[in-house]
Design a protein around this ligand. Sequence first.
Ligand code: SF4
Length: 430
Amino acid sequence: MPTLGVGMAPGDSGTSHASSYTFRRGCRRLALLESSGTRQWHPAPVRCAGFWRGEGYAGARAGNHVENRGRKGVARAASGSDFCYHPATYRVAKGWLRAQPRNLTKATLHLRILVANPRGFCAGVDRAIKIVDMALEVFEPPIYVRREIVHNSHVVGDFRRKGVIFVDELSEVPNGGVAVLSAHGVAPEVFEQAEARSLKLIDATCPLVTKVHLEVHRFVRQGYHIVLIGHAGHDEVIGTMGEAPGEITLVENEQQARAIDLSRHAKLMVLTQTTLGVDDTRGVIDALRERYPKLDLPPTDDVCYATQNRQDAVKALTDRGVELLLVVGSSNSSNAARLVEVGQSRAVSGYLIDGPDQIEATWLDGVTAVGVSAGASTPEHVVQQVIEFLREHGGSEAETVTTVEEDTVFQVPVELRIAMEKKGGGNVKI
Ligand code: SF4
């Protein structure tokens, strides 16, 4: 019998109520009872009639509660800020009031898990990781990497265990040592430092970041002042700004775009950090254009394909009605943080988590569908750990929501490839 659950706690004066529950037509569920701030789960089979076919249900987040206790009531479905009432009859199972309270983390939630595709590693991150793996095979340790090779604690931790030493600046690398530059790119002065110290330098800068660096030089030569949309202090922004000091103004948001005075520059060109929110970037450009109508844009967008695709995939999750978004990524990952914002901009609460241990049980309270995605620097095995956690806590088989299949691949530097071949190929799959 199709069931769902709701009911009053014993001894209540009428102020307590069953505030939310998870249900699906045809399944047995637990009712979550609230009483003076205390929440308890109870088995409470209830029969629901016609709820799922109710007009306006499509896209509804949850039928959050049945109102009017008794043998008949109405179920309330929330869709955005609109509520729809549907007839629902229910009956409270015998003995449910004597059920032991259960902790949410142990409750059977019957949670749908929707996983975004694309998610996780992009071509630039994949290439950077291969480069460090190859350097470990080709050169005698230690291998030094300037800054985090990609912004992910798991990737960095794995490399540390393999003997990689991460440094903030090349001045920490002994003369003649092997140093790898991270995927985020560096200013030209870093190459000069490497040359001065006779380092064996391997550049793992993502080709799409290099493209932005080359644009800086091209447009400055053409007499433009560059307006760079990005986040102050991010490694990529530091590297890009270093390409033409004094010729670039950083704008972080619409507020700054409305306040900044660029009137002394005859020609303005907008470039962007590759990992920004696509919609946010558009807002900043619009704000700039209101004040500087002749503002120019490069022929192709700087927000990279991987950023765009991952944000589109998160939008598809929100279109499928997820009520909670978990983005797997480290706190310093710009593109992962943007994914959370994309969900929040569509009224879906979201969290950036480095792994399953950061999930708080209360986030799942009353949630019937959770979306999972991952930033471009997040390894897939961590995503799978998160899915496994959700399954252990009432989740269904994960459903993949695909918006596009990616096939972009960036080649590793040819010198490294040749060095690997001389060594007999090594264990790195190129
Ligand atoms: S997110 Fe985009 S720019 Fe950054 S490393 Fe990946 S492909 Fe390159």
